[in-house]
Structure formats: C-alpha cells, structure tokens
Design a protein around this ligand. Structure first.
Ligand code: ADP
Ligand code: MG
Length: 616
C-alpha cells in the first residue's frame, strides 16, 4: 500500500491552531493587547465595531517591528520572546508561543502597520486568510497598529456561533478589564462603535480599580499587603457589606497575569467567615507575586488556571492576610455619602400653603400585586421601598393638570393606606386562604387543598406580566417628575446602552448616557422609583451570568430578572385580599405550576391523599 500521511499545508495548520487560540472576538483582543504590553507600550487603544465582529483594532506605542519581523510575525511558531526551552523557566512576557498572529491572520482580514522608533518609515502588511495581499512602506507613528476585520469570514460555522453583540462585548470587556487591572501603569482606551467606553489613564492600582468599576468602589476597598519568602500579596478586598449576590468582581493576578483559582478563592472567602450574609460573594483584587519557577508557566493561551508548588502554604498565607486586613480596617458599615441626591424625591410638601387634607378612600378593587405598594420587602441595601412615589407617578399621566395636588397628598394618604393594609391583617383569617409562616399559602380547592409558595408564585405572576407587557402590549411607562441620575461603572453603562431598546420596550425611558451614569426619565409602571437601581443592578448581574447560554433572549432574562427582584419575599405578611389576589393571579397564568426558574410554585394534596394519612 502506498504512503498516506502528508504534512498539512500551513494555512490549514494555522486554521486548526486558530480554533484553539481564537474562540471569539475577546480572544483576539487578549492576544493583541498582550502583544502590545510585551512590546513595552505605555498607551494602548482598542477600537471595536459591532462587538469586534466587524473590527478589532489595537494601537500601541511600543517598540514596533522591522519590515522583516513584521512579515515573520505572522508565521507560525515565530516569536521574539524565547530562544530555547530554558527561557521558558524565566518568562517575563505574556506571549511566547508565536502562534497568535498566525492564527488570527488565518481566519480574518488583518492589516498591520508598524514602525520602530529609529526608522523613518514603517511597514504595512495586509493578510486575508493567511494570504499576504500586500506589503508596503508607509508613514506611520512609532509602534504597532493591528486591525482585525471580519473575524471568521472563512469559517461561517464559527461566525454563526458567535453570540449577541451584548455578550461578545461583555467577553471583550472582561478581557480588557483583566489586562487593564494588571497594568495600571499603562494608559488604556476603549472605543466601541465610536463611543468612548474607557479612558483609563496611567495611575496607581487603587485609582485603576476605581476608574474601572466606578467611583463608588473607592470607599469599599480595604488594602492588603503581605510579604513572605514564598509569596508577596498586594491589592484590595471590598468590605463585606459590599459583597455581591453573584460572583463578579473577583480578580487574582499571579505575576501580573489574570488567573482563576477556586482554591485561592476559597481562602479569601474563608477569611470573610462570619462577615458575609448567606451566599454573598466578596469582591477582591489580589496581586500575587511568586518566583516564576514555583508555578507551571506553560499555561494554555486560552486557559486561566494555574498550578502552584506550595498551594497549601499560599492558602494559609492568603487567608491570614485577608483576615488580618479586614480586622485592622475595622470594617464597620460606612454611610453612603455618594448617594445621589436626585434619588431622594422631595416628599415634604405637606406644609405647603393651601394644602387641604384629602379624604381617605379605600379602593376596593385595589390589587396589590399590580402596584407593589402594599407589601414591604425585607429591605435590600438599606433602602426601604417608597410607597408614595409610585402611586402619584402612576396617576401622573392621567392627571397631569393637577399634579401638585397629588403631590400634597402624598404624606397624608399613603401612610394610612399602608397601615390599613398591614393592620387589617388577622392571623386567624377564616376565609379560604391561610398564610403559613409568612411563606406559604394554603387554600382549599374542590378536590382537597393546595399549598402555594408565595414568593415563587409571585415570581411566576410577575414574569408573565412582564413578558406580556414587553412583547405583546405597548410597554406601559410612567414618566418621572424628576429624572433620576444613576451611576454605574462604564462597562455596565455600555451594557445598559446595548440593551437600551429592549429596556425601552419594557417601559424604561432614557434621557442621557454619560460614561458613568445614565439619566432615567421613565420607568415601567410595575416598578417604583426607589427600586430602579436595584432592578438594573440585578438585571446586569443576570445578563452577565447568562452569558454562556445560547438560548439568550434579553426579554426573557429581563422578565426573569424583574420578577426575581420584585416578587414578594418569604417573611412578608399578606392580608386576605393579597392572598386571594396572588392565588387568582397564579392560576390565571399560562404556566402556573413552575416559577420562571423552574421551581414548583404549588403542590396539591387531594382529599384521597389526606384521607390516606389518617387511614393507616
Ligand atoms: P508571541 O506573542 O507568542 O511571541 P505572536 O504571534 O502573538 O506570538 O506574535 C509574534 C511576534 O510578533 C512577537 O513575538 C513579537 O515579536 C511580534 N509582535 C506581535 N505584536 C507586536 C506588537 N504589537 N509590537 C511589536 N511586536 C509585536
Ligand atoms: Mg502574542
């Protein structure tokens, strides 16, 4: 039989390698920025179009390449960073495999411009799917600019596999943040579709963290510093009261490289022992320096795990250090001086001259589950739910002429209404529904009884209500008298902006976006002004978490997220009317049996089943 093995042509080998190195636009971003850092750049600009699907361009002011190197840089296993295997044990560069540029050039249209300081003119090279299209002499600034266009143009399957722009942007911002946090001494810029998302000036670590995550971060940080023979730890942890419900701002860097380590994470979480409320995740930014020969450096380019020689010792040191710093910094809750004054609506209009005390009326058709005004949620982040704002706002549209009158009513009407709702509640209600342990509702039905989980049931009701509002009906929106200005980190603003139209369909109205804040002029009628921040933060968390999910629909995530934020919680007393409404609303749902997150909402016990209990 004749020989059948042949060597793969380079462009095929490159495409295969690309499959490993380049999974999505964010992988390209990571590789290009790391190359810029290795080239000694002091300023790095990232330009994106359409979440990197159309364009990813990285411009640096690093050392540039000679014309020959420029050409060679696209060859596989072409690297200037190691010469022999021994160098692997003394690496101080991000790259060393020499396959990133070759891989990227195999699956995109690439345009390189580069010039070394001492040269008069630079080099421009265009490559499309590993084919060199042109090489020219150009006049260009010192440093390198690499533009990667139409990623995966020749691998439609990969291109189709890419997620929505929101998700791909999220991945890119994650990578961007990781390198930016690891290199506060470098200036980083990020523009997406010609909007500036980040302008992180060269600074120190603390300022870099604050610039990346918003000014609110500053007061949260507790410094960590420890030096031992085997490890140096620097950085910050966030005070326990700022722990997040979801994992988010958790960063480990080892020798300036972002890594993930569930083992070290455990050490940090352990140091917070007793300080975190159930299930909360602390934020941290921890920079570890270890001798390069005590870690396994041969990490795969797309992997972020790492192996340490002295794992156990590192665990103990990390835990002790964080614990010590938390203790030292006396982590008492701080007052939130950053609170945006515009969030505090002026209620004190009761003293206004000419205000007459309006008659108190109780609306018999009042449905608490439509308006959120009747129950108190166990207060989340310290702010109780404003009962009054919502009602006058929802009236506002209908009755714009006399809004001032509505205003003067606020103090007098609402508290009474609220009291009535809470105080008429009797523990020994003799109606058809009973509340058990402020958690379940028990209702008799023809065939027996039904036990309903009040919070999960309400999630279902709200979920369907939102979905219907968003997708079927015109979104019902209430205009705010005073637009609310809310600050977020710039990446969160970017994300809100990217789902702006979806949010508008849900009833939000936006006035103005800046880099770190958004002005909200209108909100869905189903929420209150004081819930805006909470709801949007929850939504962002949920979207971030939803990232790997292919069946991604913003509407669904939004509806789920809103339902979760707004549903009555366990521990909330419901009066008779509220109980009845919840039961009725639940059973008029399309899918009453499960919560939006797939948990059962109720359980029926038939008479037969009950009888069986007593006939044993
Ligand atoms: P690696 O980074 O593993 O060496 P790459 O394919 O990413 O492999 O890059 C190949 C080579 O191209 C690098 O070793 C470096 O010499 C050169 N290079 C790439 N990007 C830049 C840049 N922005 N500035 C200067 N040189 C660069
Ligand atoms: Mg590289």
């Amino acid at each position: 039989m004749s020989d059948i093995i042949q060597l793969l042509p380079d462009h095929v080998a490159n495409q295969i390698a690309a499959g490993e190195v380049v999974q999505r636009p964010a992988s390209v971003v990571k590789e290009l920025i790391e190359n810029a850092i290795d080239a000694g750049a002091t300023s790095i600009t990232l330009l994106l179009k359409d979440a990197g699907k159309t364009l990813i361009q990285v411009i640096d002011d690093g050392k540039g390449m000679s014309p020959t190197d420029a050409r060679l840089s696209f060859e596989r296993h072409a690297t200037s960073k190691i010469k022999d295997a021994q160098d692997l044990f003394n690496l101080n560069t991000k790259g060393f495999r020499g396959e990133a540029l070759a891989s990227i050039a195999a699956i995109a249209h690439v345009e390189l411009k580069t010039k070394q300081e001492e040269d008069e003119l630079g080099t421009q090279i265009k490559i499309e799917g590993s084919e060199i299209v042109s090489q020219e002499v150009v006049s260009t600034a010192k440093g390198t600019s690499i533009a990667v266009k139409n990623l995966f143009f020749n691998i439609p399957a990969r291109r189709n596999f890419l997620k929505s722009d929101t998700i791909e942007t999220r991945h890119i911002i994650d990578e961007f943040q990781r390198v930016a946090l690891a290199h506060p001494n470098i200036t980083f810029l990020l523009h997406h579709n010609n909007n500036e998302v980040y302008h992180l000036k060269k600074s120190n670590l603390r300022k870099r963290i604050v610039a990346s995550f918003g000014t609110k971060m500053n007061e949260k940080l507790v410094p960590i510093n420890e030096q031992t023979d085997i490890i140096t730890v620097n950085g910050f942890v966030a005070k326990p009261e700022f722990a997040k419900k979801k994992r988010g701002e958790q960063f480990f860097f080892v020798n300036n490289r972002f890594i993930k380590s569930s083992y070290l994470n455990h050490a940090v979480v352990n140091a917070f022992e007793g300080l975190l409320e159930g299930g909360a995740h602390p934020s941290y930014f921890l920079y570890l320096e270890v001798p390069p020969n005590t870690i396994d450096i041969n990490i795969h380019p797309t992997k972020t795990e790492i192996k340490f020689d002295n794992e156990k010792a590192l665990y103990a040191i990390l835990r002790a250090t964080v614990k010590h710093s938390l203790g030292q910094y006396n982590v008492a809750p701080v007052l939130d001086f950053d609170r945006d004054a515009t969030l505090d609506t002026p209620y004190d209009y009761s003293k206004k001259s000419g205000s007459s005390i309006p008659p108190i009326t109780v609306d018999p058709t009042f449905n608490p589950f439509k308006t959120e005004t009747s129950y108190k949620e166990p207060s989340t982040n310290g702010s109780s739910i404003s009962v009054s704002t919502h009602s006058y706002q929802s009236n506002f549209k209908k009755d714009t002429g006399s809004w001032e009158a509505l205003y003067t009513n606020i103090d007098t009407v609402e508290p009474i209404q609220q009291e009535q709702l809470f105080e008429t509640q009797q523990e020994t209600e003799t109606g058809k529904t009973f509340q058990i342990q402020k958690k379940y509702l028990l209702s008799s039905i023809k065939s027996g009884v039904v036990l309903i989980h009040q919070s999960l049931a309400h999630q279902r009701v709200l979920y369907e209500e939102f979905l219907e509002n968003i997708t079927v009906k015109e979104a019902s929106s209430q205009q705010l008298l005073f637009p609310v200005n809310i600050s977020f980190s710039s990446s969160d603003i970017e994300m809100i902006y990217s789902i702006k139209s979806d949010l508008e369909s849900a009833g939000f109205m936006f006035d103005e976006f800046t880099k770190e804040s958004v002005v909200i002029a209108g909100i869905p009628t189903s929420i209150t002004e004081s819930q805006i921040t909470l709801i949007l933060e929850q939504l962002l968390d949920d979207i971030k978490l939803e990232v790997p999910d292919t069946s991604f629909s913003h509407f669904d995530v939004m509806a789920k997220s809103f339902a979760k934020s707004l549903a009555i919680k366990t521990g909330t007393s419901l009066n008779m009317k509220e109980q009845e409404n919840l039961v009725n609303n639940l059973f008029s749902c399309k899918e009453p049996t499960i919560s939006p997150f797939g948990k059962p909402t109720f359980k029926t016990l038939s008479l037969n089943e009950i009888d069986a209990v007593f006939n044993k």
